[in-house]
Every structure is written in C-alpha cells, then in structure tokens.
Ligand binder design. Structure first.
Ligand SMILES: C[S@@+](CC[C@H](N)C(=O)[O-])C[C@H]1O[C@@H](n2cnc3c(N)ncnc32)[C@H](O)[C@@H]1O
Length: 350
C-alpha cells in the first residue's frame, strides 16, 4: 500500500465501534491509505486492566482492553495503540535533542532542494514523525513502515502536517517487514528513523538494516532502544531479580533486547558510518503514574513468563509497586539509548 495522505487527528485512546466509524469516515474524506482493520475486536475496558501489547507479554487470564484477533504461533506480537499513546509524552521528553544538530547539518548538506524523504521504520501510530517533523526545516515526505495495518491506519490519521519552518509535510504508509529492507527500497531517502524498534530485532535484522542504510548513503536516527537498566526509588529486594528475568525475556528467540544498541553501533561502524549515541531515559514520577503502572505490569509479566518460578513472589512485588505508584511514592528511570548513524553519502540520497 502506498498512498499519500495529508491528514491530522487524534489517536483514539480506546478505539471502539464509534471511533472506528469516525476514523473510517475521516479516512474516506481524506483518502488516507488504510488496510484491512476488520481483524480488530474491541471489548469494554475494566479499570486497571492490562493493555495487551503494552509489553512483551500479557498475563494469562487478564481481560483485554482491546483484543486483537487471536494470533497464531507463527505470528509476531502486536502492539496496542493505547500503549503507544500512553508512552508518547514520556518518549518525547526522553528523546536526545543533542543528536538533532548533527542530523540537521547532514540534511542541510544534501544535494538537491526537492525536500526531505524520511522513512520511519516500525512507525506504530507515528509518534516519531509527530516529534521530529516539526523540528526539521523544509518540505518533508514521510514514508511510514509497519507490518501492522491497524497501527498504520492511526499513524496516517494523526500524521504531522507542517515542518519547523511551516513547510508542508506529507505522509504515505507501507505495510511490510522492515527487517527485509534493501538499499533499493531506500533509493532517494534523506533519512531513516525508528523508535523503540531495534530491541525487538535480531542481529541479522539489524545488520540488514545497517546494510540498507549505508548502502543507500542514508543517515539513520534510531531512538529509544532499551538499555536493560531500570532504577526504582525506593528500591526493593526483588528489583534486580525481576530486571534480570525481564532482560532474559527480551533476549528470547534470538531477539537482541538490551544488546541491540551495541550490535547496531558495530553494524553501522563496520560499514563506514559515524555513530553517535546518547542516553534517552524515561523519568517517571507521580505525574506519569498511569504509564508507570502499565509499564510495571508488562515488565513483571514478562519476567514471570521467563521465570514461572517467580510467579507468587512477583505477584506480591507487583501489588506493592502498584500501590506505591498509585500513592505517588514511586519513581522509575527506564534507561534507553538514541543512536545517530551518519553513513558515507553515496550520491543516491535526495
Ligand atoms: C514498540 S513499537 C514502537 C512503535 C513506534 N515506533 C513508537 O515509538 O511508538 C514497535 C513497532 O514496530 C513494528 N515492528 C516490529 N517489527 C517489525 C518488522 N519486522 N517489520 C515491520 N514492523 C515491525 C511493530 O508492529 C510496532 O508498531
């Protein structure tokens, strides 16, 4: 699917039948490219229910907020738009502004004046574009990639409209597997971005991505990859055990989890790119308690999926942590890294 959209709108916090109808009519009015969203099943929300897709796993027996049609064993995990919406402000606060100036300098030196072409890989509901487009000058065309047509739909509807200098921003969506990207697919690209993607890829997939970017001479801004370190204040004797089990869960089935940034640095550097890293931690206090609570459920749930022997103690730990969170007595730092890889230009970039 490659359709151009000029659209803006809000992501429904909890898409239900009404929102789906509104989104559908907005789509028809705007000609936004949306693929099949008929596989979405909604259920009523219970307070405190975990959001499936909010973390690497949901816990058995928990009621869905929005349940996506059952995925088979071969199907990849799907992310809930509510979760992506909930984390968007913390992501925006965490993103490394220090990487923007070197990026702007590179983009300003590109040959041609036709405007920027930016590929956002694993775009989800499009939070990267909403953050970055208004921070870059000049006309921009964003190509939003994801394998989930439901998320692409939200990304197109809520896409940014104008650049820092008021220039036009347009968007198209592409459904597909970003792990198979080739340099050809990036022909004419000015920039590749991704956010919260690297840690769910394998070594081979990151190498493919680095080869595509460096082969096309295209810079890459790859943000918010988990670093595998969290700090909870006040501390609890089980923090380290849960963190270790969670990190092991992230590394399951060849996924890189907290090793992804190191692997990406190596993959880009070996291919001649200059790589810069910057920390981009979430800093969650009482004002972010809703996000913290969802993050805790996903974090502890994944740890228990990895180590079922922790279940009983982890449940008590989770209840303690949720109570502290609700009382405004918990602060959490979730460490991430942002990476800017400046490939050697090949002359093929826009
Ligand atoms: C954690 S979400 C992040 C979404 C968004 N970038 C953000 O920061 O809010 C990861 C996204 O990557 C997509 N994704 C993961 N692996 C992918 C793949 N191999 N090909 C295409 N999309 C993928 C998922 O569907 C999901 O939308």
């Amino acid at each position: 699917m490659n359709r151009t959209a000029q659209a803006s709108g809000r992501i429904p916090a909890q898409p239900g039948p009404r929102e789906a109808r509104i989104a559908e009519s907005a789509r028809q009015e705007r000609g936004v490219g949306v693929q099949d969203v008929s596989d979405v099943v909604t259920e009523s929300q219970e307070p405190g229910a975990v959001i499936p897709g909010a973390g690497p796993s949901s816990r058995p027996g928990e009621r869905a907020t929005v349940r996506l049609r059952e995925t088979g064993p071969e199907e990849p995990p799907r992310y809930a738009p509510e979760w992506l919406e909930l984390r968007e402000p913390a992501d925006a606060d965490a993103r490394a502004h220090d990487l923007l100036d070197p990026l702007r300098i590179r983009l300003a030196n590109l040959p041609g004046k036709a405007g920027l072409v930016i590929h956002d890989l694993g775009c989800g509901t499009g939070s990267m574009g909403r953050w970055l487009a208004p921070r870059l000058d000049g006309a921009q065309h964003w190509i939003l990639h994801d394998r989930d047509p439901y998320l692409l739909h939200f990304a197109a509807v809520a896409s940014p409209r104008s650049a820092a200098d008021g220039s036009r921003v347009t968007v198209e969506t592409r459904r597909g597997d970003v792990a198979r990207l080739t340099p050809d697919a990036l022909l004419g690209a000015s920039l590749v971005t991704a956010s919260a993607l690297l840690d769910v890829l394998t070594r081979e997939e990151i190498e493919t991505l680095a080869a595509a970017c460096t082969g096309a001479g295209c810079p890459a801004l790859l943000t918010l990859s988990v670093a595998g370190r969290v700090e909870l204040t006040p501390s609890h004797p089980m923090d380290a055990e849960i963190a270790e089990a969670f990190n092991a869960h992230q590394r399951r089935d060849g996924l890189l989890g907290p090793d992804s940034v190191t692997v990406a640095c190596e993959a880009f550097s070996e291919r001649g790119a200059t790589v810069r890293l910057h920390p981009s931690a979430w800093r969650l206090g009482p004002a972010e308690s809703q996000l913290t609570a969802q993050w805790l459920r996903g974090w502890v749930g994944a740890a228990v999926e990895q180590r079922p022997d922790l279940a009983a103690r982890a449940e008590r730990y989770l209840q303690d942590r949720l109570a502290a969170c609700e009382a405004g007595d918990l602060n959490v730092v979730v460490h991430h890294s942002d990476l800017l890889a400046l490939s050697r230009p090949t002359g093929s970039a826009a």
